[in-house]
Design a protein around this ligand. Structure first.
Ligand code: AHE
Ligand code: ZN
Ligand code: ZN
Length: 391
C-alpha cells in the first residue's frame, strides 16, 4: 500500500463532550517530509480529555472540527514521503507533539525545545501544506491533533514529529515517553537536560512540592528523587494517592482538604520548609490556576522556583501579589519537560534503563484501542496513571 490510501479504524471526535466514534477512515499516503505510521501502542492523557471537553484554546467547543485525538504513542513506519532520509520503513518511532526540526531559531537554542517548524499548522489540525491526510467514508476531512493523531490504526505525521527508537524497547513504555512522564521528569531536570537547560534543575538536598499526582506529578517526584532532593512533598486531594506518591519517591504527603483550622496549603508548606522561608522547587501538575497561585506563593523567598506544567482551561488566568516576585521567586512554565524529542530521547531511555524513571509503574490500565471510550472513565477513577491501548 506504499503510496496508496489505507482504510483503517480510527476513533473520531465529532463534537465536544461526546464519545469518540470508532469508524473506518481513509488515511492518505505521506507527502513530502511526512511519514505514515502504523500505531502500535498509545496512552490516554488528560490533555486528550481537555480538548474533547471543548476547553482547549486551539480547539474550542465553538469551532470544534472533527478530529483524531491521541498524542502519546509509539508506532512502526509503514511508508515515507519524498525527501524523508533519516527515517525508514520498519523503524519504531515515538511521536513528538513538540517536534524537533534541528534548524529553526528554537532548535538551535540550547535552552528550549519549542520548535516552530510545524507548530502553526499543527495548531490548526492540518499538515504543513495546510491539508489533512484523513477523511471519513463520506469524504469529509478529519483533522489532525498535536501533530500526532494517535487514536487511529494508521496516522501521518511530519518527519520532524517522530523519533526513532531501538526495536527492543518495550512498546508500552515507549508510548509513555511521548508525553506525561517525559513532561514531569524533564520538568525536574535530569543530568543536564529538561529544566536544567533553563537553570531550573532540582538541586541535591533541596525541598520540592508537587501539586497533582497524575502521571506528570509522579514523574516530577521521580525526577526530584533522582536529583537528590531531601524533602519531596506530594500534594493531592485524594488520599489514595499517598501510597503511590511514596512509591515514586515522596517523603511527605499532604491533602489540602485535610488541614487544621486556620491553616491553608501555602502556610502548611511554608511551615514544612526547614527555615520557614518556603519550598525551593514547586510544581503545578493540575491545570488549576488557583493551585498554580498557591504553588508560587509556597515557593521560597529569594530563590524559589515555581513551574507551571498543568494545562489550564481557555481564558483562565494566574494571579498573585507582585511582591511575591519582587522578593526573589521565579514563576516559569514548561512544555514536554523542555525535552528536545529527537536529540534527547536517548537520555530518557537511559533514565528508564537505570531505574531513575520507572516507566512500568505508570501503566495502570490496559485496553483494546476500540474500547477507548471506556478509558476516559478510567481517568476519573482516581487510581489511573495511564491506560495504554493495544492496536
Ligand atoms: N492547545 C492548548 C495548548 C495547551 C498546552 O499547553 N499544551 C502543552 C502540552 S499538553 C500535553 O499533554 C504544551 O506543551 N504546549 C506547548 C505547545 O507548543 O502547545 C491550549 O490550551 O491552547
Ligand atoms: Zn499529554
Ligand atoms: Zn525546529
Amino acid at each position: 500500500s506504499v503510496g496508496q490510501p489505507i482504510e483503517c479504524n480510527a476513533a473520531v471526535a465529532y463534537a465536544p463532550n461526546k464519545p469518540l466514534t470508532i469508524e473506518k477512515i481513509i488515511v492518505e499516503a505521506p507527502k513530502v517530509d511526512e511519514i505514515r505510521v502504523k500505531v502500535l501502542k498509545s496512552a490516554l492523557c488528560h490533555t486528550d480529555a481537555f480538548t474533547l471537553s471543548g476547553e482547549d484554546n486551539e480547539w474550542p467547543a465553538s469551532d470544534f472540527k472533527p478530529v483524531i485525538l491521541g498524542h502519546e504513542a509509539v508506532g512502526v513506519i509503514e511508508s515515507v514521503g519524498p525527501e524523508v532520509t533519516d527515517l525508514s520503513i520498519g523503524d519504531h518511532v515515538i511521536m513528538l507533539y513538540t517536534a524537533e526540526c534541528g534548524e529553526c531559531k528554537f532548535c538551535i537554542d540550547n535552552r528550549t525545545n519549542l520548535c516552530i517548524k510545524v507548530r502553526s499548522t499543527q495548531g490548526k489540525g492540518v499538515m504543513p501544506d495546510g491539508t489533512t491526510r484523513f477523511k471519513n467514508l463520506k469524504g469529509e476531512p478529519i483533522y489532525h491533533f498535536m501533530g500526532c493523531s494517535a487514536f487511529s490504526e494508521y496516522t501521518v505525521v511530519s518527519k520532524h514529529s517522530a523519533v526513532k527508537i531501538n526495536k527492543e524497547f518495550n512498546l508500552e513504555q515507549a508510548a509513555l515517553l511521548g508525553c506525561g512522564v517525559a513532561t514531569g521528569f524533564g520538568a525536574a531536570g535530569y543530568k543536564g537536560i529538561g529544566a536544567a537547560k533553563k537553570g531550573n534543575q532540582i538541586t541535591k538536598g533541596s525541598s520540592v512540592a508537587v501539586f497533582g499526582l497524575g502521571a506528570v506529578g509522579c514523574s516530577v517526584l521521580e525526577g526530584a528523587k533522582a536529583a537528590g532532593a531531601k524533602k519531596i512533598i506530594a500534594i493531592d486531594t485524594n488520599d489514595n494517592k499517598e501510597a503511590w506518591a511514596k512509591e515514586f519517591g515522596a517523603t511527605d504527603f499532604v491533602n489540602p482538604l485535610k488541614l487544621k483550622e486556620g491553616e491553608n496549603i501555602v502556610s502548611k508548606l511554608v511551615s514544612m520548609s526547614d527555615d520557614g522561608f518556603g519550598i525551593d522547587f514547586t510544581y503545578d501538575c493540575t491545570g488549576n490556576v488557583n493551585v498554580m497561585n498557591d504553588a508560587l506563593m509556597a515557593s521560597a523567598r529569594g530563590t524559589g522556583i515555581s513551574t507551571v506544567i498543568g494545562v489550564a482551561p481557555a481564558g483562565a488566568q494566574i494571579s498573585v501579589r507582585p511582591f511575591y516576585l519582587i522578593v526573589g521567586r521565579t514563576w516559569t512554565g514548561i512544555a514536554y519537560g523542555n525535552i528536545k524529542g529527537k536529540s534527547e530521547m536517548t537520555e530518557l531511555i537511559q533514565a528508564s534503563d537505570s531505574g531513575d524513571l520507572s516507566l512500568d509503574k505508570y501503566v495502570t490500565h490496559r485496553r483494546e484501542f476500540t474500547d477507548i471510550n471506556t478509558a476516559f472513565e478510567d481517568l476519573h477513577s482516581g487510581d489511573c496513571l495511564r491506560t495504554v491501548f493495544n492496536y
